[in-house]
Design a binder for this molecule. Structure first.
Ligand code: SAH
Length: 237
């Protein structure tokens, strides 16, 4: 069943304009059709279309099943070509991340100013929103920006992981991270050119724990998907 993020007015659902278009033109909704709604507080409901023109949708009952991870996961992802960023935002959303922080790595070949990020923000937010609706989440991940690696500090989690290409293939204890419960977890993935030594030193000084993603050197977008898959799998075991 299609899910939409919307606001509620009493028990009436107020859909955004794009979602009305999607519901009517793409889903070809009819009177009495049921849809799922998530309100601004992250509460999900089953709702029913009671009138088509003008469109009226009313809440029927709460949906109790929750699809969020119990641990808040942040992905720090170095700036990469724009199709890779779009891909990673979509996949990180599907894999349960709560926040995606784009940062400019020293070896990033793409550069953004804060203004560039602000201009692109709506596009990123829409990718995350559509992915969150598609995979039935209760929240839309936040998308944030850190101009340099040092600016990630305000987003750090209880446990912070560092996917380090120089550790590729080293035996490590990625899985043992999950032996104890934690409220928040982050993972940082570097740019196509990898991390420079100073960035690695900085992360280690902030207590990041290096982890290997296997013997092969993955492309940055594959590394993000691999790491978040391992994290979601272990958190949901
Ligand atoms: N150009 C670099 C690799 C960069 S890969 C080189 O040839 O060494 C891009 C990012 O993906 C890395 O910075 C790291 O965060 C992550 N990554 C890729 N493969 C990895 C692996 N096997 N283990 C840990 N991290 C990896």
């Amino acid at each position: 069943m299609q899910r939409y993020f919307a606001s509620l007015f009493g028990n009436e659902v107020i859909l955004k304009e794009d979602d009305v278009f999607h519901l009517m033109k793409v889903m070809r909704a009819k009177n009495n059709d049921k849809i799922e709604i998530v309100d601004e507080n992250g509460k999900a409901y089953l709702a029913r279309i009671i009138q088509i023109n003008p469109l009226r949708i009313v809440i029927q009952e709460p949906i109790l099943k929750n699809s969020e991870l119990d641990t808040k996961v942040t992905l720090f992802f170095a700036l990469a070509k724009s199709d890779k960023i779009d891909f990673v935002i979509q996949k990180a959303t599907e894999l349960g991340a709560s926040r995606i922080v784009l940062f400019e790595g020293k070896r990033s070949i793409v550069h953004f100013s804060k203004d560039d990020f602000v201009r692109k923000y709506n596009r990123y937010h829409n990718i995350a929103k559509e992915a969150a609706e598609q995979c039935h989440r209760e929240i839309i991940p936040e998308i944030c920006f850190a101009p340099t690696i040092k600016d990630i500090e305000s987003f750090l989690a209880e446990v912070n992981l560092f996917a380090y290409e120089l550790d590729a293939g080293k035996t490590n204890d990625f899985a043992s991270i999950f032996n104890k419960r934690m409220n928040s977890l982050s993972i940082i993935v570097g740019p196509e050119g990898g991390f420079d030594e100073k960035e690695a030193d900085y992360l280690l000084s902030k207590n990041f724990k290096t982890i290997s993603l296997g013997k092969r050197i993955l492309r940055c977008e594959t590394a993000a998907v691999y790491a978040l898959s391992v994290i979601a799998f272990n958190l949901e075991k």
